[in-house]
Design a protein around this ligand. Structure first.
Ligand SMILES: [Fe+2]
Length: 460
């Protein structure tokens, strides 16, 4: 069966190349059929294993020998990234690194249709914290504000007169149009695979322009104090850009390997920031990023409760991401289970994104420690460049209609008005799992209707 499906996978990719040609395919949005929603269940596995859809792995990436990464030379910009931590419809942080400190660092940007370039000076420059044997590396962060939603912005980074190539990024929309989010974690210890996964992300972004960002669930590297490892990760992040220069914004989460000050230096957080924050990916989609590496109780839990209470009535889709799972496929539950899960259930969070385990998992909807169609779905657990582990599939929350597997992968979430589709895309393009979640009001209505029908069924 598996061999047959592998042949199907090759045929699918080959057929796509022949039909379209890989470069020409870019820019063509592909919306996948979500299938039928079964009554009484909120999350519906659809052709769970080995289903192949039109999700496309870039033809040239798999076969590419070696990769082109910008060299770190003097004040030449390299290791570029767009970072979203606040209101990405109107703001973004554009960051890069140089080998020399330089004196003047600025971004030239403009709305793609506009004629005039605007120049903004970097507001934060400094040398990365490192050990004696660390590379010498300088970061530059430029805060762009006053941006228009859902708008393409061209940009060029400049340090001491040396300019980067021209790139662009697209701000988040503020209306209820369909948007997509990539989610993945754990890119820490298999660099060749990390590079291949980044090339796959680039292909997905080119193929599906409604992808707005990559939410990275943490554990970028092995040792958070090791600047050489971080430097390699930042260079590899260049590979997420599309061939025509679109940068994939990153929404960073701190993992247990990402300890120390370098994390905040890379992603432009204040020095002692605790890395939990929230913003809208679209008018109707709110993403909360949490931090399992500081106290999950206390101020963070209070902040989470305030956020959920404020945004639940305002958004169709409410999701959270963090590193160490509440419902792990391998390890023991983190304190997120004690401190956050009751809040997720109280406010009917739609999806929770977890990392750390190095496997693929999707739980059924969970409430009060059991499967409940009005509950919360947990997805995970990291496969952006790390050796995979075998999930403990006998755990109750991994049993069907839950799902567990392993393999390098990324999660692709599609937010539409009436449904949220979650796909697991393996390296190579296979859709290993696909499920649909309906809005929380409908989940509860379906559950109510199902319970109302039960007495009738018993009387018959
Ligand atoms: Fe981890």
């Amino acid at each position: 069966m598996k061999a047959v499906n592998q042949q199907l996978a090759r045929a699918s990719i080959s057929g796509y190349r022949q039909a379209t040609g890989a470069p020409a395919a870019r820019g063509t949005e592909r919306v996948h059929s979500a299938g039928t929603i079964r009554r009484g269940f909120v999350v519906v596995p659809l052709a769970v294993l080995f289903m192949f859809s039109g999700v496309f792995f870039p033809a040239d990436a798999a076969a590419k020998e070696g990769v082109q990464l910008a060299p770190l030379e003097g004040a030449r910009p390299a290791q570029w990234r767009v970072i979203w931590t606040d209101d990405p419809a109107h703001r973004a942080t554009v960051s890069w690194n140089t080998a020399a400190p330089g004196k003047e660092h600025r971004v030239h940007f403009k709305a793609a249709e506009a004629g005039e370039w605007t120049v903004v000076e970097c507001d934060r420059n400094g040398r990365f914290t490192g050990r004696e044997d660390s590379p010498v590396l300088y970061y530059h962060h430029c805060r762009l504000t006053g941006l228009k939603p859902a708008t393409k912005y061209s940009l060029v980074m400049e340090s001491d007169g040396t300019k980067s190539p021209e790139f662009y990024f697209v701000t988040a929309p503020d209306d209820d149009r369909t948007v997509r989010l990539l989610f993945g974690g754990d890119s820490r210890s298999d660099r060749p695979m990390r590079q291949k996964m980044n090339q796959m992300l680039s292909g997905l972004l080119a193929d599906q322009p409604s992808i707005v960002a990559l939410a990275h669930g943490g554990d970028y590297i092995v040792n958070g104090y090791n600047l050489a490892q971080w430097s390699a990760w930042m260079s590899d992040h260049e590979l997420t850009a599309t061939a025509d220069g679109r940068l994939l914004p990153i929404v960073p989460t701190r993992g247990n390997h990402d300890f120390g000050p370098i994390f905040n230096e890379i992603f432009g957080f204040p020095q002692d920031d605790e890395n939990y924050y929230g913003f809208n990916l679209a008018g109707d989609v709110r993403l909360l990023t949490l931090n399992t590496e500081v106290s999950t109780a206390g101020e963070q839990a209070l902040w989470l409760e305030d956020e959920l209470a404020h945004w639940r009535p305002k958004c169709e889709w409410l999701l959270a991401q963090y590193h160490r799972p509440a419902f792990p496929a391998i390890k023991m539950p983190s304190s997120a289970k004690r401190d956050w899960v009751p809040l997720f259930e109280k406010f009917n969070v739609d999806v929770v994104l977890e990392a750390d385990g190095h496997n693929i998992k999707r739980t059924p909807p969970i409430r009060d420690g059991q499967v409940d169609s009005t509950g919360v779905v947990y997805l995970g657990e990291g496969g952006l460049g790390v050796k995979q582990r075998t999930p403990l599939s006998k755990r109750w929350f991994l049993q069907p209609p839950g799902f567990s597997s392993m393999g390098h992968h990324v999660q692709l979430l599609t937010f539409e008005k009436d449904r949220l589709t979650a796909q697991v895309i393996r390296y190579g393009g296979e859709v290993a799992d696909e499920s649909v979640i309906v809005p929380h009001e409908r989940r509860q209505a379906l559950a109510h209707a199902a319970s109302a029908r039960k007495p009738v069924a018993l009387e018959q």
